[in-house]
Design a protein around this ligand. Sequence first.
Ligand code: BZD
Length: 835
Amino acid sequence: TLADGPEALQCPTLIEDDRTGMSPETLKRAFLDNLFYLQGVNRTDASPYNYYVALAYTVRDRLLRRFLKSTDTYKQEKVKLVCYFSAEFLMGRYLGNNLANLGIYDLIKEMIEELGLDFEEIIEQEPDPGLGNGGLGRLAACFLDSLASLEIPAIGYGIRYEFGIFHQMIQNGWQVEIPDNWLRFGNPWELPRPDESVEVKLGGRTEIYHDDKGQERVQWLPERRVLAIPHDTPVPGYKTNTVNALRLWKAEASESFNFEAFNAGLYDQSVAEKMDAETISKVLYPNDNTPAGRELRLAQQYFFVAASLQDLIRIHLKSHKNLQNFHETAAIQLNDTHPAIAIAELMRLLVDENGLEWSKAWTITQKTFAYTNHTLLPEALERWSADLLGKLLPRHLEIIYLINHFFLDDVRTWFPDNEELLGKLSIVEEAGWGNKQIRMANLACVGSHSINGVAALHTELLQKDTLKEFAMLWPEKFYNKTNGVTPRRWILLSNPQLSALFTEKIGDNWLKDLKELRKLEQYLDDPEFRQRWYEIKQANKADLAAYMLKTRNIEVDVNSIFDVQVKRIHEYKRQHLAVLHIIALYNRIKQNPQIDIVPRTFIFGGKAAPGYFMAKLIIKLTNAVAEIVNKDPDVRGRLKLVFLPNFNVSLGQRIYPAADLSEQISTAGKEASGTGNMKFAMNGSLTIGTLDGANIEIREEAGAENFFLFGLTAEEVYAKKAHGYEPMSYYKNNRELKGVIDRIKSGYFSHGDPELFRPIVDSLLYDDQYMLLADYQSYADCQEQVSEAYRDRDKWTRMSILNSVRMAKFSSDRTIWEYCQEIWKVNPVKISLED
Ligand code: BZD
């Protein structure tokens, strides 16, 4: 099916009208109007931020016609809508992306520069909307870009958090969290749609009653109601007329309620209720891969899901007389289990509120939902205590029990007398003392027609391990959908020089069909091409070096290997394995200051969940080692370690193009996919990595000879655990490793305090759940191969080119096309701008 896939779609021509013309004059006029009339500012006292806002509105105006045309077309043609339900959308800055997708980036840049303004500075004014934690949220954003670029009717549904992921500062080497008040100065990209607000009910109890036909039915008598107000952000495709919506819900007090209290003279109570309601969309939970388990988190999940389903039902009933064929209007993808309560909510809407029979409603529900799993860590699977769920959503708890009851009845007929199987499959876990837990992954599996993992190994392990009972029951429900990233943001925007080289050699169709890049392999033996490739990397490194000097006051050597690990801080991702290796290199230098080593700049970035003690201690260790290594005269600048604070989408855009080496060193079998690994490789970084997640597929595509592989395989990891893993033996038998750990233990990096890093040392020596010590020597040896390869510039550059041009598989266009064909069963819809 890929043959007539993304690349078959042609770019339509762009149209102009008086107000939103694309001629330099019209653009300039609009820009200056948006400064004066919209913001009341003169050019003489306009700030760079004023210019940003003026430009943002100029661009937004040019999206609106396409946006409304897309929506109208979907309505008129009664298309099936792809609905991406996600608690997180990590969109990154809009301005540059929207300019690029409209095809007016260079035009606008020129216009701005003609006015004597600094384009780069204006772009940098935009707050980076951080409505996500990491990979899962960023994947949702890449998917929206690909959906619009492939002209697929789609909508992203989520939460308009007032505070996104915290701003990370580093003080005295420790992470400090600052609230991210990203909406303080307004948001020019969003369109509030108060007229499409809906009510969401919470709490209370249920009651049995008899309808007019004497039928026994259940109704929910909620304790409170909140208003959900949609805010739409247009999401344009790359050089298409399609502009889809990202619809994020803001929670507000339901007017009727606080008005009642107000009239009763309870002004303070009505204000308190208003604040309570607004709390729901106040802040993003900053935990990745650890469930929050808090009532407010469940309220957030239910809030956006209930609002979105009402929205979809409203849309459906505009063109259909009932809900019998709801699944033909909406294909809902659940981005992990965070929105999985939607399964119970749709059942409630169909059965309680629309009078459908249970079994009919269940068929529709299963045909509507599809579930993506993003983790293999058992502790990361969401579970809600039945008490908590029942308190907030009493009717949903009953519905979940019913779903489970009918499901387990089926299982009993298929597999009689298999209590163990029943226990594993059950949505309800009996955790002892009458303490029941609702397993959201089980609910998602039972209520969906499709279950997918995000890389080949991940899907395989889901089927063999995490979800094996479901895979046994319904093998046909399982799919692999290896993740991808959008080449528009992650190559075109972030690496303009490399993009210009691509386009010069093969034209610009690679942006619609990344397989085109393969044509560049013909230049592999062209010394001039390799020289330009090398110079672009060096220029990107110089830019990042300037940024590091400015923000961290650390000077680095652009001829050193830029060795980079940027991602959330987590023990399974093993940032501390890289730190052990840095200390080993340092020890080698201390033993022999004359040693010939290839200079390296180690760059780290990533946030730790505020409550994750070990992750925060790893950040502190990294900074503590940096403090010693960077200023030791014996090192003579050959090793530099930089922790870049507040890693986010926009910092990623600077970092990936400047990396020589991409660190993808998770314990095999733990990283579901990884997506940073793809961004690095597309930008010509070589990977040092384990056989984990999508690393395996990246290595397959790039060629094993162009990838630095080390470490245990997932199978070896399991086998070792099964046979009783003893990290202490590695410490005792490996002199270099012992030297490294002893150095930390001695207090050398903690001003003589041997206690500070003891939790890390102890966890490595006595537990080492993530097997750093088992993989240490293999990693250190592999790093020697990296250094040797870097000494040969030609060899390195060839490997870099091959990595970059062979990454077509990891375009999110490929991923989305597969979801469209195999899971959602939807096709592109052309948007015409003619009236
Ligand atoms: O999802 C990540 C995985 O760890 C990566 O391997 C994978 O590439 C990406 C995309 O599929 N998972 C997350 O990012 N998870 C979270 O951020 C998260 C957030 C809230 C609660 C639980 C997990």
